[in-house]
Design a protein around this ligand. Structure first.
Ligand SMILES: [Zn+2]
Length: 258
């Protein structure tokens, strides 16, 4: 389950070649944009015939793919030439602010006000419209994220078990991660993996994703037979998928730590 749009720019090379082959290109490239040095992830690809520049439409991350024989100098020149394009693309992306005291975040689709108490006990409590995080404030966003992970695991384990029993299927285990653009996956070894960010989505959406990954235990594809399995558990899966398409990417933008 994914489908993240990526802003892409490709430029054909004008026969720029160099004897420097893939030296020292790690993460140390950066480009100066609007008074800020923004890191650029650079990757060599022997098959690439052109320089490809991508702006991740959720994180704003800049990625540059280089053919084998393009020098670092040519790459730097290319990046500098694209400054206007890059700052325009990045400006169009809504890079959310990190969670802080007073932020509003959804829990199962319902807005909750985050409160950092700054004092003991070091725990997280959800009330009707608040989520209270105790303990030192500097680590509160991380504590909140860990709590979301634990709560997501409990609920997704319960929903996956229910769907698996309903479809007469069995799996190995449920694991929780923070995949950048995926809500869930199902491996051939029977591990169901889910994004903890699903806990911010409405329950019906989370439940649909659980059923979707469980259905992959029977059909490792998105064929009609697969969707028939999903429909046995979630007859109205189409509207829940529509929610993920229209509102899902907002949940990837919420940042819990700086
Ligand atoms: Zn799928």
């Amino acid at each position: 389950m994914n489908g993240r749009p990526v802003i892409l720019k490709t430029i054909w090379l004008n026969g720029q070649r160099s004897d420097i082959k893939g030296t020292g290109l790690g993460n140390q490239f950066s480009v100066h944009l609007d008074g800020e040095d923004v890191p650029v992830k650079v990757r060599r690809n022997a098959q690439a015939k052109r320089l490809t520049l991508r702006v991740d439409s959720i994180t704003g991350e800049i990625k540059l793919t280089l053919p084998k024989y393009v020098s670092e100098r040519a790459a730097t020149r290319f990046l500098n030439e694209q400054q206007n394009w890059l700052s325009k693309e990045r400006a169009a992306i809504d890079i959310g602010a990190a969670i802080s005291c007073g932020s509003e975040i959804p829990f199962l689709g319902e807005p909750h006000r985050v409160v950092f108490t700054g004092k003991a006990p070091r725990n997280v409590k959800r009330g009707h419209a608040n989520i209270t995080v105790g303990g030192p404030t500097d680590m509160a966003p991380k504590r909140l994220e860990n709590w979301f992970r634990r709560e997501a695991k409990k609920l997704l384990e319960e929903r996956a078990a229910d769907h698996a029993a309903g479809l007469g299927l069995s799996y190995n285990r449920v694991s929780i991660g923070d995949m950048k653009s995926r809500w869930g996956s199902c491996s051939s070894s029977g591990t169901l993996r889910f994004s903890w960010r699903l806990l911010m989505a409405p329950f019906d959406v989370l439940d649909y994703v659980a059923a979707h990954e469980v259905a992959h235990l029977a059909e490792m594809n998105h064929s009609d037979r697969f969707w028939a399995q999903v429909a046995r558990r979630i007859p109205d899966h189409k509207s829940r998928r529509a929610w993920l398409r229209s509102d899902g990417s907002d949940l990837f933008r919420i940042r819990f730590s700086a």
